[in-house]
Design a protein around this ligand. Structure first.
Ligand code: FES
Ligand SMILES: [Fe+2]
Length: 436
C-alpha cells in the first residue's frame, strides 16, 4: 500500500516539487500541431506542471513557447497579437520573438533595454502531430526522443487531445491496468456481453479492447526496462497442432514519465498523460499504423462524438458530478457503462475518483501489480532526480523500436521478451508485493 507521503510525492507536480522537477527534465507534448493550424494564428494558453505558458506559430511557421505573463507588467500574452514573426502584448505593445528576443518596447525608446532583456522562452519541436517542449533547466536539456509514430505519412496517424479534470496518475494507472479492459470497456471488448455469448473481433477493428475478451484475470508478468517497464498479460492460449500448450500474451510498454504503448491488432496506441497541474491532465492519444486512418471512424470508436462532453474546439472533457460524469443511466440496459465509449469510460472513471486518489485507502489485489509497478518506477525515477542523477530513460534518444504486442500465442515457458528484443528488457523481475 502506498503511504500518504508517497502519494503526495507521486501526485504533486508544481514548481519546486520533486515530481514536478523530475518531469521537467523530459521533452513533453504541450499541444497538438492542429491546435496551431497557421502562421500568425491565435495563440494558445497552455497550463503545464502547475505553470502557465503561451504557444504561438510565428510568421515563418515556427512554434514559440513563452511564459504566459508578459515580462513588463504581467499581462497575459494569450490576449496578444501574433504578427511579424512575434507576439505583441496588448497592454503596452512589447513584442517578443519565438526565442524570447525582445523585438519592440514602444513605451520605452532606449534600445539598450531591448538588447539587455530576453523573455523566458523554451525550446520546442514538432513531430508526430504534436508540439513538444522542454521547460526544465537549460543545462539538463536531454536529447529529443523519437517514437515510431513520427514515421510514415501523416494519414497513418490519428492524434487526439483530451483535457481531463483529474490528477495525471489516476489516468496513467488506468492505462496500465489490463484487468479493467474487459469489464469497464466490455461494450467494445465484448458487444455480446448481454447475451453472455463470446465475440470474435475483426482484425481491422480500430480498438485495442476487442482483443481482451474471455479472461478478465490474466496473469501479469512484469519486467523493468531502462525507461520504466513492460509487461505481458498472459491468458490461456489454444494448444498448437501437436498439442503443445500456449499462453496468449499481450504486451504493454510503459515509458516514463507519462507514456504507454498499447497494442491493437494492426496498430499501436501511444498515450501520454501530461499534467497541467495537480488536478488537471492533458491526455494525448496517437493511433499509428501501416495504413491511413478514417479519423471519423476512430473518433467514434474512442467515443468522442458527443460534443456536450468533448469537442476538438477546446479538447476539454466535461465530466462533473452535475452531469453524472457523462453517464446516461437510462442507457445502461443497452450499454454496459452508460458512458459514451472508450475514452469517456476511462476519463470519467478517473474523474470520479476525485482530483487526487487517496491511495492509502485502497485494497489492492494481484491484478493491480502493473499499477503498483508504475508507482514504484515513478518513485525510482523521482528518487534518482532527488539524488542529483538522471531520471529513468531521459538520455535514451530512440524509442522508435519500443513496441507493444497484440495477443500472440507463445509456447508455455517460452520468453515473450524474445518477441520484443528492442524493448530493452533488463531481466529484472521484481517480486510482486503482498496484496489482499
Ligand atoms: S504588460 Fe505587456 S507590454 Fe506592458
Ligand atoms: Fe481503459
Amino acid at each position: 500500500m502506498l503511504s500518504a507521503a508517497e502519494n503526495e510525492l507521486l501526485t504533486r507536480v508544481g514548481p519546486g516539487t520533486p515530481m514536478g522537477g523530475m518531469m521537467r527534465r523530459y521533452w513533453l507534448p504541450v499541444c497538438t500541431s492542429a491546435q496551431l493550424p497557421r502562421p500568425d494564428g491565435p495563440p494558445l494558453r497552455l497550463p503545464l506542471l502547475g505553470e502557465s505558458y503561451v504557444a504561438f506559430r510565428d510568421t515563418s511557421g515556427k512554434v514559440g513557447l513563452l511564459e504566459e505573463f508578459c515580462m513588463h507588467r504581467r499581462a497575459s500574452l494569450w490576449l496578444g497579437r501574433v504578427e511579424d514573426n512575434g507576439i505583441r502584448c496588448l497592454y503596452h505593445g512589447w513584442k517578443f520573438g519565438a526565442d524570447g528576443t525582445v523585438q519592440e518596447t514602444p513605451n520605452h525608446c532606449d534600445d539598450r533595454l531591448k538588447a539587455r532583456l530576453k523573455a523566458p522562452a523554451f525550446p520546442t519541436r514538432e513531430a508526430g502531430g504534436l508540439v513538444w517542449a522542454y521547460v526544465g533547466p537549460k543545462e539538463h536539456e536531454p536529447p529529443f526522443q523519437r517514437y515510431e509514430f513520427f514515421e510514415g505519412p501523416e494519414d497513418n496517424r490519428c492524434v487526439f487531445r483530451i483535457n481531463t479534470p483529474a490528477n495525471y496518475l489516476q489516468l496513467y494507472e488506468g492505462g496500465t491496468d489490463s484487468s479493467h479492459v474487459g469489464i469497464l470497456h466490455c461494450n467494445l471488448a465484448n458487444p455480446e456481453w448481454k447475451n453472455k455469448a463470446s465475440f470474435v473481433p475483426e482484425a481491422a477493428d480500430y480498438t485495442s479492447v476487442a482483443l481482451a475478451v474471455g479472461d478478465n484475470a490474466p496473469t501479469l508478468d512484469l519486467e523493468n526496462t531502462p525507461y520504466g517497464y513492460h509487461y505481458a498479460a498472459k491468458r490461456q492460449g489454444p494448444p498448437l497442432a501437436d498439442g503443445t500448450p500456449t499462453d496468449s500474451v499481450r504486451v504493454t510498454a510503459v515509458v516514463l514519465p507519462t507514456a504507454r504503448i498499447i497494442p491493437l491488432a494492426q496498430y499501436q496506441f501511444f498515450v501520454f498523460e501530461v499534467p497541467q497541474d495537480d488536478h488537471h491532465t492533458s491526455t494525448y492519444i496517437i493511433a499509428h499504423g501501416p495504413k491511413a486512418f478514417d479519423r471519423d471512424k476512430m473518433r467514434a470508436v474512442l467515443g468522442l462524438n458527443d460534443e456536450r462532453l468533448w469537442s476538438e474546439k477546446d479538447c476539454e472533457y466535461r465530466a462533473t458530478p452535475d452531469n453524472r460524469y457523462g453517464q446516461n443511466i437510462g442507457r445502461m440496459s443497452e450499454t454496459w457503462s452508460g458512458l459514451a465509449g472508450l475514452v469517456p469510460e476511462d476519463a470519467s472513471i478517473g474523474v470520479s475518483m476525485g482530483p487526487i486518489v487517496e491511495r492509502h485507502k485502497e485494497v489492492l489485489v494481484a491484478a493491480d501489480s502493473a499499477v503498483v509497478r508504475l508507482r514504484n518506477r515513478l518513485l525510482d525515477s523521482v528518487r534518482l532526480y532527488q539524488d542529483g542523477k538522471d531520471p529513468l530513460g531521459v538520455r535514451i534518444e530512440d524509442y522508435s523500436k519500443v513496441r507493444s504486442l497484440a495477443d500472440t500465442d507463445v509456447r508455455k515457458g517460452e520468453r515473450w521478451q524474445d518477441l520484443l528484443p528492442n524493448n530493452m528488457g533488463t531481466g529484472v523481475r521484481v517480486a510482486a508485493p503482498a496484496m489482499a
